[in-house]
Design a binder for this molecule. Structure first.
Ligand code: N7H
Length: 488
């Protein structure tokens, strides 16, 4: 059975964080063996899923105690560490077994045209920052409740790998700092919407689920567990449908460096309010229909006309919808077919919960662990409607199969105009257009229908507000694999 002490903490639980540094590194070609020996020293610092869960318990106990004493809960000091490797990194370390995921093996740069990244229409090279175009061997994730804690942990890690400037075994390729947004924006991404509401629950890991939150099998995230399409009960190292034994309880991480043009997005909403309403509400509704949720997190499928903050924060109700009301399947009265949450998790649009086999959507579920980066919008940016300071989302998602997971959501769903498969009242196919947030094609032009509930077939031309600047596919090995196969 699965032992949560073996699984890195970000995969099934999410490293607890107010801030997180993503440290991308290259392994020194001439010091690979030394690096692998030092890795053994890092392993005790790596946070496991079991440790994250026990930290969650401490936090809720801490909250209860504080409420009991009538004080506000103190912030518990915590630092989380995980390490992941790209295919390039595996090869450099001499780990050459076929892990059984072609998308991972080719890497994200080679996948950029499929993902529709800007620049790939005219050249092989997307408009990415140099570090990701050159490629990285791995990444160390360090999270904490404060910058001070993260700095201390990073210093400890640097002491392991940088013993003396002349004999460092790894070199920094790029360091990105992500921060949860301040004050009441905590948990909201930079466009203003509450994020991280809908995640799958995992059988045998999560004891309970919230209403509407579906359980998936462990192998949807963990390699070699039931539900992994390469699952093999014996889990031996042969045959086309198996993985090397060290892959067990690891997971693939799709990392994306996504910039968000926030003042431009806000200006568009302001200039294009849905007509027939007070202008502020018209703008707010347009934003909510782009996302599928209001800024509070309330789903438009349940609250189609007004935000409902109590619903937005109520975990027993805010995920309990399926795009399955009678007016949902053929009309966009409640939620546009192209809305971001509907494109990326179409629920009843493609799945039948009464089916006897696993529902069609299960293999496409991902575990999102990202965090925001960059400063708040300044007064000058808000006034001009133009981004000056880079900000956005450090998108990070785990899955056991990148093709069915992140790549499918981006390419086959968000970028694909005739998904989800819909017919209108007359029976004719409805082409919903692109996901207004992340839908893209290398050529650039974007549009959707259904933004306006009063005029559902009208096409709306969409500027670009989310700009990918790089990323990579990584593998997050289990603790036993790190000890036995990765470290020396
Ligand atoms: Fe998305 N946003 O702020 O608008 N996302 N996302 N995402 N996203 C979600 O339901 C956002 C991105 C998914 O189960 C919410 O938890 C932004 C990529 C999936 O109903 C919000 C960016 C991919 C879900 C955002 C971005 C996904 C989801 C609602 C880029 C995959 C769950 C909160 C900058 C290819 C859907 C919630 C479900 C939800 C936003 C990127 C996927 C507010 C700004 C690249 C699967």
């Amino acid at each position: 059975p699965l032992d949560l002490n073996n699984v890195q903490g970000d995969i099934l639980a999410g490293l607890p964080k107010k801030t997180q540094t993503y440290f991308f590194f290259l392994i020194d070609e001439s010091r690979v063996q030394a690096f692998r020996r030092q890795l053994a020293t890092l392993i005790p610092l790596i946070t496991t899923t079991a440790q994250v869960f026990s930290h969650h318990e401490k936090i809720s106990q801490n909250k209860k105690d504080a409420v009991g004493r009538g004080v506000s809960p103190s912030l518990l000091k915590i630092s989380g560490v995980n390490i992941v490797f790209s295919q390039k990194g595996l090869v450099k370390m001499g780990i050459n077994d076929n892990i059984g995921d072609d998308v991972f093996r080719k890497g994200m740069l080679a996948d950029a045209p499929t993902l529709g990244d800007p620049g790939t229409a005219t050249s092989d090279s997307p408009d990415w920052v140099p570090a990701f175009k050159q490629g990285v061997d791995g990444m160390i994730l360090v999270s904490g409740e404060s910058h001070q804690t993260v700095a201390e942990t990073l210093a400890e890690i640097e002491r392991i790998f940088f013993v003396g400037a002349h004999c460092a075994t790894i070199h920094e390729a790029l360091r990105i700092v992500g921060d949860v947004r301040p004050g009441k924006e905590k948990g909201h991404e930079h466009f203003g919407f509450l994020d991280g509401i809908s995640q799958p629950a995992v059988r045998g890991v999560n004891a309970t689920n919230n209403p509407g939150q579906e359980f998936v099998r462990q192998g949807i995230t963990l390699l070699g567990r039931e539900g992994d399409d390469k699952f093999n009960a014996a889990f031996v190292d042969q045959g086309p449908n198996t993985r090397p034994s060290w892959a067990l309880d690891g997971s693939f991480l799709a990392f994306r460096y996504l910039f968000q043009l926030v003042p431009e997005f806000q200006t568009f909403l302001k200039r294009n309010p849905i007509a027939g309403l007070a202008p502020d509400l018209g703008s707010e509704l347009l934003g909510a229909r782009f996302v599928g949720r209001w800024m509070s997190g309330a789903p438009v499928d349940i609250a189609p006309t007004h935000d409902d903050p109590a619903l937005g924060k109520d975990a027993s109700r805010n995920n309990n919808f399926r795009y399955a009301f009678p007016d949902d399947s053929k009309t966009q009265d409640r939620c546009p077919f192209a809305a971001h949450t509907r494109k990326t998790n179409p629920r009843a649009d493609i799945e039948d919960l009464n089916a006897t086999t696993a529902n069609a959507n299960e293999k496409h579920r991902i575990f999102r662990r990202g965090v925001q980066f960059g400063p708040e919008v300044t007064a000058a940016e808000a006034a001009s409607g133009k981004t000056v300071h880079g900000r956005g989302l450090l998108f990070a998602a785990y899955q056991s199969n990148i093709h069915f997971g992140f790549q499918f959501l981006q390419n086959n769903w968000s970028n694909t105009a005739n998904f989800p498969p819909k017919t209108g009242p007359t029976g004719a196919a409805v082409i919903s257009g692109l996901d207004p947030l992340i839908g893209q094609n290398a050529a650039g032009a974007r549009s959707m229908i259904g933004a306006n509930p009063q005029s559902q077939s009208t096409s709306l031309t969409l500027p670009t507000w989310v700009v990918p600047k790089g990323g990579e596919y990584f593998f997050s090995p289990s603790i036993p694999a790190l000890k036995a196969t990765f470290a020396l």
